[in-house]
Each structure stands twice: as C-alpha cells, then as structure tokens.
Design a protein around this ligand. Structure first.
Ligand code: ARG
Length: 459
C-alpha cells in the first residue's frame, strides 16, 4: 500500500530498498521531543490566528503530549514505512485524536519542521558543550591554583626549552578551552532564529505568526528568508567546526597526559578511576581515557568534513541529501560531550608529581637562556654574543656530563672572564621562573593573576 501521507498521488508503495535508503526514523527519533515542541507551538499559533479552531488546537496539543509520553515511556511503535520522526508522530497523533490531527500540518512543511527540530536539538548541544567546558575549566583552575609555583620543564619541539610552572601549563589550556567556550556561545547566538513558518521553501498564504512560534520555542526571532531557512545547515557546521577545534585541544592535552604518565616522564599519576590495567602485564596502568580522547578528533572532524561535503553542491532549497546532517551531528555531539566529561574527570583526579617535575625542570640545560640574559644584563654583552658564549658553556657541560649549575666558576670564566659567582643565582629553576614576570609569563605571581582573572570571569 502507498504511503498514507501522499497516497493520493501514488498507486504503489516503495520498494524495500527504497524504504531502507529513505528512512531516517532509526536516528531522527532522537529529535522526538523537539518535534513535538515545534508542533505544539505551531498548533497554538494556528489557533491564535484563527487558521484552525481552538478545540482542534487543544486536541492536537494534548494529543502530542500523549504521544510524547509514549515515546518517553518506551511504548511508542516506530514505523520505518513512515520514514521519519515527523510522520511517525503525526500518524500516531491521528490514531490518538482522530480527524483534528490532519489540520496540524497547515501552513507548514517537513522542510521547515525538520530545520526547526534539528536547530532545537543542536542548540541544546551548544548549551551542553558550554556547561561541560565550564566544568573542565574549573578543574584546570583547581590544578593551576594548587601548582602555581611548581616548576617543570617547558618544551619546544618536545625538547627542554625553559622552566615553566605547572600552573602556567594548566592555564594555557584554560585559555584554549575558554576560546572554545566563546566559539560555542557565538555560534549559538547566531543560529537562534526560527525556521518555522518558512514552509516548504516559499512561505505560506496562511496568515501565520512566525514571531509567536519563534518566541514559544525560545528563538530570538524568525529567520528572515524562507528559502534560506529551509536550506541552512550552517548552524550544524558551526557546531561541528567549534567541536572540531575543541576536540583538537582535547587531543593535544590528552597526548601530553599520555606522555606525562609514562614511566619515562612520571610527571603525573592518573587516578585508578581513569586508567585501565593490562590483561598480561601486571605492572601496567594505561591512560586509555586520554588515548580515546586523543582519538575522538577523528570522528568529530570527520563529521565536520562529511557534512560540508553533503552541503557544498546543493542547489536551493531542500534536497534529501540534507537528511545526512543528523547522524554526523549526533555522533560528534555525543563524543565531544563524553570526551569533555572524561577530560574533566581525569584532570580533577590526576596528581602532578612535584619532585619529578622539579627534577626534569632543572635538567637539559633549561636555564641556558637565563645565563645568556645575565650576560646581557650584567656584563652588557650583545644578546647574540651572550648566546654564543652560553652555547659554548652548554657544550662544556655536555662534555663533562653535568648540568649548567654544576660547572665551576673557573670553567665559566673560560667562556668569558667577566663572569662572576652571581651567575649561579640565575641558573636555579626557581629563580628562572620567578624572574618571568612579564604579563602572561610563567612567574607564579603571574599565574596566580591568570587564575584570579578567570575566577572573576566565571563569577
Ligand atoms: N527526514 C527528512 C530529513 O531529515 C525530513 C524532511 C523531509 N522533507 C522532504 N521534502 N522530503 O531531512
């Protein structure tokens, strides 16, 4: 038998393969609550505008709540023949309330309906990302505050560069996740326009009130062009774009945690709650959560690229290609939220190994720059000469198998005879970090100022 919704034009029903490629109910059922909210707002507006009767609108609005409770209670029978969540809900409404159900779809199309539902769903994900990011930032602030003056090596090229503080490193991620937060907020503000009432593409001849439905659904305003309203998936792409950048940040941090928790580094100990063991090697404690967070960027960025490819060649307005938008966003959102939660848990639980950090901070000639700066500041040498002299002392220490502070004053003087014993003050890592008082620098006082600034922002 042909589809109930368009049986007038059709003599035969679809081939089984047609049904399989066409149906979206297996995934778009996740938008059931949004679909029902959109329909309830639409029905109320139709009655307010005297397009349908108040009693029909009441029946529709009550009936939709019954359908919602069936869906939430798990008793709803989804039908693939009915393609998608929109037609599943409407068909069930017809069974529950009878004839008035047929009036719901007045002045509306599945095109503006699906755009509305999907926007409402995605809007919730912007909000969820925002609260998860805030929680992660709080966890990082806790680490930063506790270890504002714990020294550790800072790296470039993963080679020891200059000593930094644990708090400084944590606050670097606070800045990154803070920008992710602001990207989510920006995109949410931009996307919050209601497509409902754009109908199929051209608007409608019914005297609908788009402001009323926009307001009922928490949108700031109706979207200004009906063709754009049903064609736009920018909001989903912006979510995926912001999610991809956030996942990239999570992945970089996860990579550091994998390295830092290794026996070779011992910078951090991850809690048992966020680690796994090995079935064969009894000594193992593996950073699986960090590794999986590191991997999530693949599917999230993949979703971003996939939807971009779906959209790039579509003429206006709606094409069925656009049905492929949802699984990408669902999967990316699920995995982003999980990764953010797992990172928050790991960060809260992990303990920095202060001694290992300090020992590593002092190795690898990490205060060579401080020595060069001393030669400039105290002896008045040009920086390039100071760099060269310091380089020769690093080479000497390397040859002797010791670190810079282990060289004797006489050995120092072989490089430049103006060097005095004062130089040893700047070779200590504590002095090194304390001296980096420039705004945003690694000095504990600067790190504490960064923490205070963020606490002020978060209130
Ligand atoms: N299931 C469809 C989707 O996800 C709903 C919109 C269908 N519109 C249409 N004109 N066939 O995009």
């Amino acid at each position: 038998t042909s589809n109930k919704m368009w049986g007038g034009r059709f003599a035969a029903g679809p081939d089984a393969i047609m049904e399989a490629i066409n149906a979206s109910i297996s995934f778009d059922r996740r938008m059931a609550a949004q679909d029902i909210a959109g329909s309830r707002a639409h029905a109320a507006m139709l009655a307010a505008q005297d397009i349908i009767s108040d009693s029909d609108a009441d029946a529709i609005r009550k009936g939709l709540l019954t359908v919602l409770s069936e869906i939430e209670g798990g008793t709803f029978a989804y039908s693939t023949a009915l393609e998608d969540i929109h037609m599943n809900v409407e068909a069930r409404l017809k069974e529950v309330i009878g004839e008035p159900a047929g009036r719901l779809h007045t002045g509306r199309s599945r095109n503006d309906q699906v755009a509305t539902d999907f926007k409402l769903w995605t809007r919730d994900q912007f909000d969820a990302a925002e609260s998860r990011l805030l929680a992660l930032i709080q966890a990082l602030l806790g680490q930063a505050e506790a270890g504002a003056d714990w020294v550790m090596p800072g790296f470039t090229h993963l080679q020891t560069a200059q000593p930094v503080t644990w708090g400084h490193h944590m606050m670097a991620y606070v800045e990154m996740f803070g920008r992710d937060l602001s990207r989510m907020r920006d995109a949410r503000a931009r996307m919050n326009e209601s497509p409902l009432g754009a109908a199929a593409l051209a608007g409608t001849s019914f005297p609908i009130d788009r402001d009323m439905t926009a307001q009922a659904l928490g949108f700031d305003r109706p979207s200004a062009n009906s063709l754009d309203a049903v064609s736009d998936r920018d909001f989903a792409l912006e979510f995926l774009g912001a999610a991809s950048i956030c996942a990239m940040h999570l992945s970089r941090f996860a990579e550091e945690l994998v390295i830092w928790s290794s026996a070779q580094f011992r910078f951090v100990t991850l809690s048992d709650r966020f680690s796994t063991g090995s079935s064969i090697m009894p000594q193992k404690k593996n950073p699986d959560a960090a590794e999986l967070i590191r991997a999530k960027i693949g599917r999230i960025m993949g979703a971003n690229v996939a939807l971009m490819m779906v959209m790039k060649g579509l003429p206006l307005a709606y094409s069925k290609d656009m049905q492929e938008d949802k699984e990408q966003v669902f999967d990316a959102a699920d995995n982003l939220m999980l990764a953010l939660a797992a990172m928050e848990g790991m960060v809260k639980d992990m303990s920095a190994n202060r001694e290992s950090l300090a020992a590593a901070a002092g190795s690898g000639f990490s205060t060579a720059t401080d020595l060069a700066d001393w030669l400039v500041r105290v002896l008045g040498l040009p920086f390039r000469d100071a760099h060269h002299i310091t380089g020769s002392l690093v080479a000497l220490a390397e040859k002797n198998g010791c670190d810079l502070p282990d060289l004797t004053l006489d050995e120092m003087k072989t490089a430049h005879d103006g060097i005095t014993a004062d130089v040893f003050d700047v070779l200590g890592v504590e002095n090194s970090v304390n001296s980096r008082m420039s705004y945003g620098g690694t000095a504990p006082a600067q790190v504490r100022a960064q923490v205070a600034r963020w606490k002020g922002i978060l209130g």
